[in-house]
Design a protein. Structure first.
Length: 202
């Protein structure tokens, strides 16, 4: 039996900070930066293809962890598994969750912020439900999501805290890598797009 994550918190950052995972992230950034220089096709690659591949990588990582394997998948593994159904379902879930954010922010910035933190709170549950049930409708069912949260209990709050920490990490790293005044707008945008996938890996 594989122990739950709260019994292995010391290993929480083992995969996202491993050489393999960092190499994949860096490769995605380089590909995105190169693709951003190509008109039209580059935009498609930056905002659709590369984030999709990264989400695939995130779910491969999740599959490894669920089997008790704490090693990060390689870049090659992304292309060896052609089943992208769960990835596209997760993308639609993200779209569904984030659509109200802009509207709520227009009504009240406080509402927009509150909704954002609620989304972050539910994201781990959506991933768990989608991984188990493999159904989009189940993964956006608020009753089922809250049921998962309730079953996990207090440790879920710990997972939420870790998620908040990791979600801020990529932004800090990006600020350290790029100078304050630069022309890498597309690269920065790509990195923020991939931020969610980094959270999934963690």
């Amino acid at each position: 039996m594989i122990p739950p994550f709260w019994q292995k918190t010391a290993l929480f950052f083992k995969i996202p900070f491993s050489v393999t995972a960092i190499s994949v992230i860096f490769a995605m950034l380089v590909l995105g930066n190169l693709a951003s220089k190509i008109p039209i096709i580059g935009t498609l690659l930056v905002f659709i293809v590369i984030p999709t591949l990264f989400l695939k990588y995130a779910y491969l990582t999740l599959e490894n962890v669920s089997n008790g394997n704490l090693t990060a998948p390689t870049f090659k593994d992304i292309f060896q598994d052609n089943d992208y159904a769960i990835v596209f379902k997760q993308i639609f879930i993200l779209i569904l969750l984030f659509i109200p954010t802009a509207k709520l922010s227009e009504i009240s910035p406080a509402l927009g912020i509150a909704w954002y933190f609620l989304i972050l709170f539910l994201i781990p549950a959506t991933v768990m439900v989608l991984s188990v049930e493999q159904r989009f409708t189940q993964a956006v069912n608020p009753i089922l999501l809250l049921s998962f949260v309730q079953k996990i209990g207090v440790p879920y709050l710990g997972l939420y805290v870790f998620l908040l920490i990791v979600s801020g990490g990529p932004t800090i790293i990006m600020e350290l890598i790029l100078p304050p005044e630069n022309s890498y707008t597309d690269l920065s945008t790509l990195y923020r797009t991939l931020n969610y996938a980094t959270n999934l890996i963690s």
